[in-house]
Design a protein around this ligand. Structure first.
Ligand SMILES: *Cc1c(COP(=O)(O)O)cnc(C)c1O
Length: 358
Protein backbone atom coordinates (compact mmCIF):
# COMPACT_ATOMS: atom_id res chain seq x y z
CA UNK A 1 0.00 0.00 0.00
CA UNK A 2 1.25 3.47 -0.88
CA UNK A 3 -0.26 6.52 0.79
CA UNK A 4 -0.42 9.48 -1.61
CA UNK A 5 1.16 12.81 -0.80
CA UNK A 6 -2.30 14.32 -0.68
CA UNK A 7 -2.26 18.11 -1.12
CA UNK A 8 -6.06 18.35 -1.14
CA UNK A 9 -7.56 21.57 0.27
CA UNK A 10 -10.43 19.64 1.83
CA UNK A 11 -11.58 17.10 2.67
CA UNK A 12 -7.92 16.72 3.45
CA UNK A 13 -5.25 14.39 4.72
CA UNK A 14 -5.59 12.89 8.21
CA UNK A 15 -2.74 11.64 10.42
CA UNK A 16 -1.83 8.09 9.43
CA UNK A 17 -1.76 7.03 13.11
CA UNK A 18 -5.36 8.18 13.47
CA UNK A 19 -6.51 6.25 10.40
CA UNK A 20 -4.77 3.12 11.68
CA UNK A 21 -6.43 3.44 15.06
CA UNK A 22 -9.83 3.85 13.39
CA UNK A 23 -9.10 0.72 11.40
CA UNK A 24 -8.22 -1.23 14.55
CA UNK A 25 -11.36 -0.11 16.36
CA UNK A 26 -13.76 -0.25 13.45
CA UNK A 27 -15.37 -3.64 14.05
CA UNK A 28 -15.09 -3.67 17.82
CA UNK A 29 -14.88 -0.39 19.70
CA UNK A 30 -13.66 -0.82 23.26
CA UNK A 31 -14.82 -4.44 23.53
CA UNK A 32 -18.43 -3.54 22.70
CA UNK A 33 -18.59 -5.79 19.64
CA UNK A 34 -19.66 -2.89 17.45
CA UNK A 35 -18.17 0.16 15.77
CA UNK A 36 -18.61 3.61 17.25
CA UNK A 37 -20.90 4.35 14.29
CA UNK A 38 -23.36 1.71 15.43
CA UNK A 39 -23.99 2.70 19.03
CA UNK A 40 -26.18 5.22 20.85
CA UNK A 41 -25.01 8.81 21.03
CA UNK A 42 -26.24 8.74 24.63
CA UNK A 43 -24.49 5.49 25.60
CA UNK A 44 -21.56 5.17 27.98
CA UNK A 45 -18.89 4.43 25.36
CA UNK A 46 -19.77 7.26 23.01
CA UNK A 47 -20.21 9.72 25.93
CA UNK A 48 -16.57 9.24 26.91
CA UNK A 49 -15.43 10.10 23.37
CA UNK A 50 -17.75 13.14 23.18
CA UNK A 51 -16.32 14.45 26.45
CA UNK A 52 -12.75 13.72 25.37
CA UNK A 53 -13.15 15.65 22.10
CA UNK A 54 -14.36 18.68 24.08
CA UNK A 55 -11.68 18.34 26.79
CA UNK A 56 -8.85 17.94 24.28
CA UNK A 57 -9.98 21.06 22.41
CA UNK A 58 -10.18 22.96 25.71
CA UNK A 59 -6.66 21.88 26.59
CA UNK A 60 -5.11 22.57 23.20
CA UNK A 61 -6.69 26.00 22.80
CA UNK A 62 -6.72 26.93 26.48
CA UNK A 63 -10.41 27.72 26.15
CA UNK A 64 -11.60 29.90 29.07
CA UNK A 65 -14.41 28.59 31.31
CA UNK A 66 -16.95 31.09 30.03
CA UNK A 67 -16.89 29.53 26.54
CA UNK A 68 -18.66 26.42 25.23
CA UNK A 69 -17.51 23.93 22.63
CA UNK A 70 -20.39 22.96 20.31
CA UNK A 71 -20.61 20.32 17.60
CA UNK A 72 -23.06 21.31 14.88
CA UNK A 73 -23.80 20.18 11.32
CA UNK A 74 -24.16 21.83 7.94
CA UNK A 75 -20.53 22.87 7.59
CA UNK A 76 -18.99 26.30 7.97
CA UNK A 77 -21.31 27.42 5.17
CA UNK A 78 -24.39 26.92 7.36
CA UNK A 79 -22.71 29.03 10.06
CA UNK A 80 -22.54 31.88 7.52
CA UNK A 81 -26.34 32.07 7.95
CA UNK A 82 -26.72 30.92 11.57
CA UNK A 83 -24.38 33.64 12.83
CA UNK A 84 -26.60 36.55 11.69
CA UNK A 85 -29.77 34.58 12.53
CA UNK A 86 -28.56 34.22 16.13
CA UNK A 87 -26.44 37.28 16.72
CA UNK A 88 -27.69 40.09 14.47
CA UNK A 89 -30.90 41.57 15.90
CA UNK A 90 -33.23 43.57 13.63
CA UNK A 91 -32.05 47.17 13.45
CA UNK A 92 -28.46 46.33 14.41
CA UNK A 93 -25.48 46.17 12.04
CA UNK A 94 -22.70 43.60 11.76
CA UNK A 95 -19.27 44.48 10.38
CA UNK A 96 -17.68 42.16 7.82
CA UNK A 97 -14.06 42.03 6.70
CA UNK A 98 -13.81 40.54 3.22
CA UNK A 99 -10.51 39.07 2.05
CA UNK A 100 -11.35 36.31 -0.40
CA UNK A 101 -13.84 33.74 -1.60
CA UNK A 102 -14.92 32.42 1.80
CA UNK A 103 -15.46 35.75 3.53
CA UNK A 104 -17.35 36.88 0.40
CA UNK A 105 -19.72 33.94 0.85
CA UNK A 106 -20.08 34.78 4.53
CA UNK A 107 -21.14 38.38 3.89
CA UNK A 108 -23.52 37.37 1.09
CA UNK A 109 -25.29 34.96 3.43
CA UNK A 110 -25.52 37.63 6.15
CA UNK A 111 -26.93 40.21 3.71
CA UNK A 112 -29.98 37.99 3.30
CA UNK A 113 -30.62 38.12 7.04
CA UNK A 114 -29.85 41.63 8.26
CA UNK A 115 -27.84 44.84 8.00
CA UNK A 116 -24.16 44.39 7.27
CA UNK A 117 -21.36 46.86 6.78
CA UNK A 118 -18.38 45.70 4.74
CA UNK A 119 -15.56 47.60 6.44
CA UNK A 120 -12.78 46.32 4.17
CA UNK A 121 -12.49 44.27 1.00
CA UNK A 122 -9.28 42.90 -0.50
CA UNK A 123 -10.94 39.94 -2.23
CA UNK A 124 -9.86 41.03 -5.71
CA UNK A 125 -6.31 42.13 -4.85
CA UNK A 126 -3.40 40.42 -6.58
CA UNK A 127 -1.04 39.52 -4.95
CA UNK A 128 -3.63 38.20 -2.51
CA UNK A 129 -3.71 39.64 1.00
CA UNK A 130 -5.95 40.36 3.95
CA UNK A 131 -6.96 43.87 5.08
CA UNK A 132 -4.62 45.61 7.52
CA UNK A 133 -5.82 46.63 10.95
CA UNK A 134 -6.62 50.29 10.18
CA UNK A 135 -10.33 49.55 10.15
CA UNK A 136 -13.27 51.79 11.03
CA UNK A 137 -15.88 49.78 12.83
CA UNK A 138 -19.57 50.61 13.03
CA UNK A 139 -20.51 52.10 16.42
CA UNK A 140 -22.27 49.42 18.46
CA UNK A 141 -21.80 46.75 15.78
CA UNK A 142 -23.46 43.47 16.80
CA UNK A 143 -20.24 41.65 15.88
CA UNK A 144 -17.27 41.78 13.52
CA UNK A 145 -16.76 38.83 11.15
CA UNK A 146 -13.40 37.78 9.73
CA UNK A 147 -11.93 34.70 7.99
CA UNK A 148 -8.57 33.78 9.54
CA UNK A 149 -7.23 31.93 6.51
CA UNK A 150 -8.51 32.30 2.97
CA UNK A 151 -8.09 28.73 1.75
CA UNK A 152 -8.39 29.58 -1.95
CA UNK A 153 -6.09 32.62 -2.18
CA UNK A 154 -3.56 31.37 0.38
CA UNK A 155 -3.61 34.50 2.59
CA UNK A 156 -3.75 34.33 6.40
CA UNK A 157 -4.51 36.87 9.13
CA UNK A 158 -1.38 37.12 11.28
CA UNK A 159 -2.73 39.48 13.94
CA UNK A 160 -6.42 39.80 14.67
CA UNK A 161 -7.99 43.28 14.86
CA UNK A 162 -8.90 44.61 18.30
CA UNK A 163 -12.64 45.15 18.37
CA UNK A 164 -15.16 46.37 20.94
CA UNK A 165 -17.86 44.20 19.38
CA UNK A 166 -17.45 40.40 19.59
CA UNK A 167 -15.03 39.17 16.94
CA UNK A 168 -16.26 36.09 15.04
CA UNK A 169 -13.74 34.11 13.00
CA UNK A 170 -14.13 31.43 10.34
CA UNK A 171 -11.08 29.25 11.07
CA UNK A 172 -12.07 26.31 8.86
CA UNK A 173 -8.66 26.00 7.25
CA UNK A 174 -6.24 26.93 10.03
CA UNK A 175 -7.87 25.91 13.32
CA UNK A 176 -5.35 24.15 15.62
CA UNK A 177 -2.42 25.10 13.37
CA UNK A 178 -1.02 27.70 15.81
CA UNK A 179 -1.56 28.81 19.39
CA UNK A 180 -4.52 31.14 19.79
CA UNK A 181 -5.86 33.48 22.45
CA UNK A 182 -9.51 32.43 22.40
CA UNK A 183 -10.49 35.31 24.70
CA UNK A 184 -10.02 37.71 21.75
CA UNK A 185 -13.08 36.18 20.12
CA UNK A 186 -16.80 36.05 20.73
CA UNK A 187 -16.99 32.97 18.54
CA UNK A 188 -14.75 30.75 16.42
CA UNK A 189 -16.07 28.18 13.98
CA UNK A 190 -14.66 25.64 11.56
CA UNK A 191 -15.83 22.89 9.25
CA UNK A 192 -13.95 19.76 10.32
CA UNK A 193 -12.65 18.42 7.04
CA UNK A 194 -9.41 20.43 6.79
CA UNK A 195 -7.56 20.35 10.09
CA UNK A 196 -9.91 18.60 12.53
CA UNK A 197 -11.50 15.42 11.21
CA UNK A 198 -13.55 14.14 8.31
CA UNK A 199 -16.54 16.04 6.92
CA UNK A 200 -19.81 15.95 8.86
CA UNK A 201 -19.29 18.08 11.94
CA UNK A 202 -18.76 21.81 12.45
CA UNK A 203 -16.88 23.04 15.49
CA UNK A 204 -18.24 26.16 17.22
CA UNK A 205 -16.47 27.73 20.18
CA UNK A 206 -18.66 30.48 21.59
CA UNK A 207 -18.74 32.76 24.62
CA UNK A 208 -21.65 31.65 26.79
CA UNK A 209 -23.20 35.11 27.21
CA UNK A 210 -23.23 35.54 23.44
CA UNK A 211 -24.79 32.11 22.84
CA UNK A 212 -27.46 32.97 25.39
CA UNK A 213 -28.79 35.75 23.16
CA UNK A 214 -30.18 33.39 20.47
CA UNK A 215 -33.74 34.44 19.61
CA UNK A 216 -36.29 31.97 21.02
CA UNK A 217 -38.20 32.15 17.72
CA UNK A 218 -35.42 30.32 15.86
CA UNK A 219 -35.80 26.55 15.37
CA UNK A 220 -34.15 24.86 18.35
CA UNK A 221 -31.33 23.23 16.42
CA UNK A 222 -30.42 26.57 14.82
CA UNK A 223 -29.96 28.23 18.22
CA UNK A 224 -26.49 28.35 19.77
CA UNK A 225 -28.28 28.62 23.13
CA UNK A 226 -30.17 25.37 22.60
CA UNK A 227 -27.12 23.48 21.34
CA UNK A 228 -25.05 24.80 24.25
CA UNK A 229 -27.65 23.88 26.87
CA UNK A 230 -27.88 20.35 25.48
CA UNK A 231 -24.14 19.73 25.12
CA UNK A 232 -24.70 19.25 21.35
CA UNK A 233 -26.76 16.14 22.08
CA UNK A 234 -30.38 17.23 21.77
CA UNK A 235 -30.62 15.17 18.59
CA UNK A 236 -28.24 12.54 17.16
CA UNK A 237 -24.79 14.08 17.07
CA UNK A 238 -22.48 13.27 14.12
CA UNK A 239 -20.74 10.67 16.27
CA UNK A 240 -18.16 9.37 13.82
CA UNK A 241 -16.61 12.75 12.90
CA UNK A 242 -16.64 13.76 16.58
CA UNK A 243 -14.76 10.53 17.33
CA UNK A 244 -12.22 11.53 14.67
CA UNK A 245 -11.86 14.95 16.38
CA UNK A 246 -11.12 13.10 19.63
CA UNK A 247 -8.40 11.04 17.93
CA UNK A 248 -6.89 13.97 16.00
CA UNK A 249 -6.75 16.15 19.11
CA UNK A 250 -5.21 13.23 21.05
CA UNK A 251 -2.57 13.06 18.30
CA UNK A 252 -1.97 16.82 18.58
CA UNK A 253 -1.54 16.62 22.37
CA UNK A 254 0.95 13.79 21.95
CA UNK A 255 2.91 15.74 19.33
CA UNK A 256 3.75 18.99 21.07
CA UNK A 257 0.32 20.65 21.10
CA UNK A 258 -0.23 23.83 19.12
CA UNK A 259 3.30 25.19 19.72
CA UNK A 260 4.65 21.96 18.24
CA UNK A 261 2.27 22.17 15.29
CA UNK A 262 3.11 25.79 14.60
CA UNK A 263 6.81 24.97 14.52
CA UNK A 264 6.27 22.02 12.16
CA UNK A 265 3.92 24.04 9.98
CA UNK A 266 6.36 26.94 9.71
CA UNK A 267 9.16 24.56 8.76
CA UNK A 268 7.08 22.85 6.09
CA UNK A 269 5.69 26.07 4.59
CA UNK A 270 9.09 27.77 4.91
CA UNK A 271 10.68 25.17 2.63
CA UNK A 272 8.01 25.62 -0.04
CA UNK A 273 8.07 29.41 0.05
CA UNK A 274 11.88 29.33 -0.07
CA UNK A 275 11.69 27.18 -3.21
CA UNK A 276 9.26 29.67 -4.77
CA UNK A 277 11.44 32.65 -3.83
CA UNK A 278 14.61 31.00 -5.12
CA UNK A 279 13.25 30.87 -8.66
CA UNK A 280 11.86 33.25 -11.30
CA UNK A 281 9.87 30.37 -12.76
CA UNK A 282 7.50 30.09 -9.78
CA UNK A 283 5.64 33.13 -8.50
CA UNK A 284 3.88 33.18 -5.12
CA UNK A 285 0.25 34.36 -5.23
CA UNK A 286 0.04 35.89 -1.75
CA UNK A 287 1.82 38.97 -0.40
CA UNK A 288 4.82 37.79 1.60
CA UNK A 289 3.56 39.08 4.96
CA UNK A 290 0.22 37.29 4.63
CA UNK A 291 1.44 33.95 3.26
CA UNK A 292 -0.56 31.06 4.62
CA UNK A 293 1.34 28.13 6.17
CA UNK A 294 -1.67 25.93 5.32
CA UNK A 295 -2.39 26.70 1.65
CA UNK A 296 0.66 27.59 -0.43
CA UNK A 297 -0.48 29.15 -3.72
CA UNK A 298 1.72 29.91 -6.72
CA UNK A 299 1.76 30.33 -10.47
CA UNK A 300 3.94 29.05 -13.30
CA UNK A 301 4.69 31.11 -16.44
CA UNK A 302 1.70 29.70 -18.38
CA UNK A 303 -1.51 27.77 -17.73
CA UNK A 304 -0.24 25.02 -20.03
CA UNK A 305 2.81 24.56 -17.81
CA UNK A 306 0.56 24.54 -14.74
CA UNK A 307 -1.53 21.71 -16.22
CA UNK A 308 1.62 19.80 -17.11
CA UNK A 309 3.01 20.37 -13.59
CA UNK A 310 -0.14 18.97 -11.97
CA UNK A 311 -0.17 15.94 -14.29
CA UNK A 312 3.51 15.10 -13.80
CA UNK A 313 3.14 15.48 -10.02
CA UNK A 314 0.37 12.86 -10.02
CA UNK A 315 2.74 10.44 -11.71
CA UNK A 316 5.05 11.04 -8.73
CA UNK A 317 2.32 10.27 -6.18
CA UNK A 318 1.58 13.96 -5.40
CA UNK A 319 -2.12 14.60 -5.78
CA UNK A 320 -4.57 17.54 -5.75
CA UNK A 321 -2.09 20.31 -6.54
CA UNK A 322 -4.43 22.08 -8.95
CA UNK A 323 -5.52 25.50 -7.67
CA UNK A 324 -9.19 26.17 -6.98
CA UNK A 325 -11.26 26.33 -10.17
CA UNK A 326 -12.07 30.01 -9.52
CA UNK A 327 -8.43 31.19 -9.54
CA UNK A 328 -6.28 28.57 -11.30
CA UNK A 329 -2.58 28.16 -10.56
CA UNK A 330 -1.14 25.66 -8.11
CA UNK A 331 -2.19 25.16 -4.50
CA UNK A 332 -0.34 22.91 -2.10
CA UNK A 333 -2.47 22.46 1.03
CA UNK A 334 -0.18 21.27 3.80
CA UNK A 335 -2.37 21.02 6.88
CA UNK A 336 -1.18 19.72 10.28
CA UNK A 337 -1.32 16.08 9.18
CA UNK A 338 0.64 16.60 5.96
CA UNK A 339 4.06 14.92 6.35
CA UNK A 340 7.34 16.87 6.01
CA UNK A 341 8.64 14.25 3.52
CA UNK A 342 5.79 15.19 1.18
CA UNK A 343 6.95 18.80 1.21
CA UNK A 344 10.53 17.70 0.49
CA UNK A 345 9.25 15.61 -2.42
CA UNK A 346 7.37 18.58 -3.86
CA UNK A 347 10.40 20.89 -3.53
CA UNK A 348 12.56 18.31 -5.38
CA UNK A 349 9.93 17.97 -8.08
CA UNK A 350 9.68 21.77 -8.49
CA UNK A 351 13.44 22.01 -9.10
CA UNK A 352 13.37 19.18 -11.60
CA UNK A 353 10.31 20.57 -13.41
CA UNK A 354 11.93 24.00 -13.72
CA UNK A 355 15.14 22.47 -15.07
CA UNK A 356 13.21 20.58 -17.77
CA UNK A 357 10.77 23.36 -18.68
CA UNK A 358 12.25 26.68 -17.52
C1 LIG B 1 -13.78 24.95 3.30
C2 LIG B 1 -14.13 26.26 3.90
C3 LIG B 1 -15.46 26.64 4.17
C4 LIG B 1 -16.63 25.78 3.77
O1 LIG B 1 -16.80 24.74 4.62
P1 LIG B 1 -18.05 23.73 4.49
O2 LIG B 1 -17.82 22.87 5.68
O3 LIG B 1 -17.88 23.02 3.17
O4 LIG B 1 -19.29 24.52 4.53
C5 LIG B 1 -15.69 27.85 4.77
N1 LIG B 1 -14.68 28.66 5.12
C6 LIG B 1 -13.40 28.34 4.88
C7 LIG B 1 -12.32 29.28 5.29
C8 LIG B 1 -13.08 27.13 4.26
O5 LIG B 1 -11.80 26.80 4.02
Amino acid sequence: MTRAYNFSAGPAILPEEVLKQVQTELLDFNGTGMSIMEMSHRGKDYSVIHAEAIDNLKQLLNIPDNYSVLFMTGGASTQFSLIPMNLLPAGATADYITAGAWSTKAIKAAQKIGNVNEIANTAKDIPTCVPGNDLSFTDDAAYVHICSNETISGAQVKEFPKTDAPLIADMSSDILSRPLDVSQFGMIYAGAQKNLACAGVTLVIIRNDLASTSPAALPDLFQYKHVMENNSLSNTAPTFPIYIIALVTRWLLANGGLEGMQKRNEEKAGKLYAAIDASDFYKGTAMTEYRSPMNVTFRLPTEELEAQFVAEAVAKNMTSLKGHRSVGGIRASIYNAFPAEGVDALVEFMKEFEKNNG
